[in-house]
Design a protein around this ligand. Structure first.
Ligand SMILES: *Cc1c(COP(=O)(O)O)cnc(C)c1O
Length: 436
């Protein structure tokens, strides 16, 4: 058992000059209670707190660490890049290499623009969809997260097919009214929406596999309908693959479903852990951004050489034959093991896995199905999740500190790591069962 008061002290110090002590809200453990652990280094499958307690990590910096932390090849590429200078504000050959690589791996992407975060990528893709179509309305889905720009921090209004309401203070209602929010994984809702607003919709943005309401793999029909309706009404289909890109498989969720979106957003993995984002797609649409076209988009540090050279090093390993099969085998072994432990102790657990990503839901009872939309995720047992999370943490297993997040594995997670995780879960479930 890991026992420490150091994190409480560090958290108190952090809160003095940083709002909530964190630079991104989920890190504050608000969903699970307790004190966040402060990490000072990481290697392979493990992260280490400031007293050097090791945790087997299933967050992986929220996805980027697909090769494990501090991968020697990536670190070496960054060191060499740093020695050559941190940023020039000019074109570099490294940006071209990354763009070529993305276009080669993802056939729907013919041109790509780098940004510094996933938020910038989605925000810019939305502006581009509006500029390209000359329309204002955007469609998004309940439970999908696309970063924190104004147009996207919107939820459904009180009536179905109503105009949106901001989910954050500070987002003008005048902005939110251009965003329509639909239930995820519901083909009929898409048809109804296009029937009502069809000629006003600039674009639809979707997490093609949802990873910000735990992990949900939607029906094929959901994507077929989306593609069909966008094409029929001249709306731009935007796949937000900031999380799923190069994570659920080399070609991302679009390869899994066999769908060609018009635009795709990337982030997380492509910078190997450095701040990065990208959006790309059809040449006809991408040619509308400055300097070629009238849709303005820019970034002082965009295409930063450290991030690009880290990304290039990482792509070398991702494109090795069988990389994603091995990763998927690890996830399957992990999730099957945890499922068997839950079954043994009468805990109702449902799971989803694809490539190097997984979801775990503590559902109401043994008759419950795997959640397929946001409403169903909110019906999961958050108390059981919190007990599970803290039980695992105390045994040196770091899961995402929220029941609304997905899990991530790296190629550096060993059989021993996975066995230790399953054993820890078994111990937590056994305690839960005897307390019940
Ligand atoms: C993480 C994420 C974003 C936002 O990326 P940031 O780099 O945090 O701005 C956008 N979309 C999805 C699907 C994400 O998972």
């Amino acid at each position: 058992m890991i026992m420490s008061t150091k994190n409480e002290q560090l958290f108190a110090q952090a809160r003095k000059h940083i709002p909530g002590g964190v630079n991104s809200p989920v890190r504050a453990f608000a969903g699970v209670g307790g004190t966040p652990i402060f990490i000072h280094r990481a290697e392979g499958s493990k992260i280490y707190d400031t007293e050097d307690n090791a945790y087997i990590d299933y967050v992986g910096s929220w996805g980027p660490m697909i090769l494990g932390h501090a991968h020697p090849k990536v670190i070496d590429a960054v060191k060499r890049a740093a020695e050559d200078g941190l940023s020039f504000g000019t074109p570099t050959p490294f940006e071209t290499t990354v763009a070529d690589k993305i276009c080669e791996i993802v056939p729907s992407v013919e041109m790509v623009r780098m940004t510094n975060s996933g938020t910038e990528a989605t925000m810019s893709a939305i502006r581009l969809a509006r500029g390209y179509t000359g329309r204002d309305k955007i469609v998004k889905f309940e439970g999908c997260y696309h970063g924190h720009s104004d147009s996207l921090l919107v939820k459904a209004g009180s009536g179905m097919l109503d105009i949106g309401e901001p989910t954050s203070k500070g987002v003008p209602a005048d902005f939110a009214k251009h965003t329509i929010t639909l239930p995820y994984n519901d083909p009929q809702a898409i048809k109804d929406c296009f029937e009502k607003w069809g000629e006003d919709i600039a674009g639809v943005i979707v997490e093609p596999i949802a990873g910000n309401m735990n992990m949900i793999i939607p029906e094929q029909d959901f994507h077929d309908t989306l593609r069909e309706q966008c094409t029929a009404h001249g709306a731009v289909l935007i796949f937000d693959e900031v999380m799923t890109g190069f994570r659920v498989g080399l070609g991302g969720a679009q390869a899994h479903f066999g769908i060609e979106p018009d635009l795709t957003c990337f982030g997380k993995i492509i910078g190997a852990g450095l701040p990065v984002g990208a959006f790309g797609g059809k040449e006809e649409i991408m040619s509308c951004i400055a300097p070629l076209g009238g849709v303005y988009q820019a970034g002082t540090l965009s295409g930063n050489p450290l991030a690009m050279r880290a990304g290039i090093a990482m792509f070398e390993d991702l494109t090795v034959d069988g990389f994603y099969d091995t990763l998927a085998d690890k996830v399957t072994k992990l999730v099957d093991g945890i499922q068997a432990a839950a079954d043994r102790h009468g805990i109702a657990l449902r799971t989803n896995t694809l490539g190097g990503m997984f979801g775990m839901f503590f559902v109401q009872d043994e008759n419950s199905t795997t959640p397929s939309n946001f409403d169903e995720v909110t019906q999961c047992d958050m108390t059981i999740f919190n007990t599970f999370f803290h039980g695992m943490l105390a045994q040196g297993i770091y899961l995402a500190p929220s029941a609304y997040e997905a899990g991530f594995i790296s190629s550096k997670h060993t059989d021993a790591d996975i066995d230790a995780t399953i054993n820890a879960a078994d111990a937590v479930f056994a305690r839960m069962a005897s307390a019940a």
